[in-house]
Design a binder for this molecule. Structure first.
Ligand code: CNA
Length: 260
C-alpha cells in the first residue's frame, strides 16, 4: 500500500513530467463495475472468453457470442467512468500534461471521463460493422436486443460484429502505431490495471526511451514489475486521486494550471 511518502514521490514524478503516456487494461474499469479477465471475479472464471471472443467461432455461431455477451455488453455501454478515469483526464485538463492513453479496454470510459487522446488498441464496443455489407451502426441503438441476447443484424440481413479485436484478428494498425510513438515520446509511462499477458499490447511500454520512468499500478503482480521504477499493488481509483490531491497541495496557486 502506498504511504504518504510514496504519494509525495508520485506527485513530484507526475508534476515533473510534461508528456505522460498510459497503457490501461481491464483493471482500470473494475471500479466502474466491469469485470476484468483474470482476477477471481473476472470473466475467465465465469465465461470461456477466449472461445466467446474467437473470430472463427463468431462467424460460425454469432448466437453463442450474443447470448453470452449481450447482457454484459449492455452493462458496459451503460457504465460510467470511475475516480481513476477522472483523475487521468484531469492530468491533462487541470495540470496541463500532454496525456496519451493507449487502452486495451473496449468500454469507451476514458473518453466518457473527458480524455481526448485515446488509442483503442483492441477496438471499441461502441460501434458495430455488418459482416456482409460493411455498414457501421452504433451499439447503443440496439439496447433492447443486447439485453435479450439476440443476434444483431443489419437490414441487409448480415450479422453485425462489434468493432473490437477478436482472438484471431489483427490489431487496428493505426492505433497501435500511434501508441508506440506516444510511448517513445513520453517522459513518464504509466501502466494501469493490466496483467500484461496479452500481446502485442503488453509490449508497448518497452517502446519507451532509455531513462523514461515506468510506473505500474495494478492490484496483483504483472509480467513487467521487475522492469518498473515504481510498482504499487493498489487500487487505481484510490491511488490516483490521492496523487492529484497532493499535486494540488504542492502547487503554487495557479502555477500548474492552464499550461497546454
Ligand atoms: P487482465 O488480465 O484481467 O488484468 C487486469 C489486471 O487489473 C489484474 O491483474 C488485476 O489485478 C488488476 N486490477 C483489477 N482491478 C483493479 C483496480 N481497481 N486497480 C488496480 N488494478 C486492478 O486484463 P488485461 O487488461 O491485462 O487484458 C487485456 C484484455 C482484457 C484486453 O483484450 C481487453 O480488451 C480485455 N478486457 C477489457 C475490459 C474492458 O474494456 N473494461 C474488460 C475485460 C477484459
Amino acid at each position: 500500500m502506498a504511504t504518504e511518502h510514496d504519494i509525495n514521490k508520485l506527485a513530484a514524478l507526475f508534476a515533473g513530467a510534461r508528456r505522460i503516456t498510459c497503457l490501461s487494461g481491464a483493471g482500470m474499469s473494475t471500479e466502474s463495475g466491469i469485470p476484468d479477465y483474470r482476477s477471481s471475479k473476472g470473466l475467465y472464471n465465469t465465461l470461456t472468453s477466449e472461445q466467446v471472443f474467437d473470430i472463427a467461432r463468431f462467424r460460425r455461431k454469432p448466437e453463442l457470442f450474443y447470448s453470452v455477451i449481450g447482457p454484459l455488453y449492455l452493462s458496459i455501454l451503460k457504465a460510467q467512468p470511475n475516480a481513476g478515469h477522472v483523475a487521468l483526464a484531469q492530468l491533462a485538463d487541470r495540470f496541463g500534461k500532454e496525456l496519451v492513453i493507449a487502452t486495451q479496454n473496449i468500454d469507451g470510459l476514458h473518453q466518457k471521463a473527458g480524455s481526448r487522446v485515446v488509442h483503442e488498441v483492441h477496438g471499441t464496443m461502441d460501434t458495430l460493422s455488418c459482416q456482409d455489407c460493411g455498414s457501421q451502426a452504433l451499439a447503443k441503438s440496439f439496447l433492447n436486443e443486447l439485453g435479450k441476447g439476440e443476434v444483431l443484424r443489419h437490414r441487409c440481413g448480415g450479422v453485425f460484429k462489434p468493432d473490437i479485436t477478436f482472438f484471431g484478428e489483427q490489431l487496428p494498425a493505426a492505433a497501435f502505431s500511434a501508441s508506440l510513438d506516444a510511448m517513445a515520446d513520453a517522459d513518464l509511462v504509466l501502466v494501469l490495471g493490466t496483467s500484461l499477458q496479452v500481446y502485442p499490447a503488453a509490449s508497448l511500454p518497452d517502446a519507451r526511451r532509455d531513462g523514461c520512468p515506468l510506473l505500474i499500478v495494478n492490484r496483483t503482480p504483472t509480467a513487467m514489475d521487475d522492469k518498473a521504477d515504481m510498482v504499487f499493488h493498489d487500487s487505481i481509483g484510490e491511488l490516483l486521486p490521492q496523487v492529484l490531491a497532493q499535486m494540488d497541495h504542492g502547487a503554487q496557486p495557479g502555477s500548474q494550471r492552464g499550461q497546454r
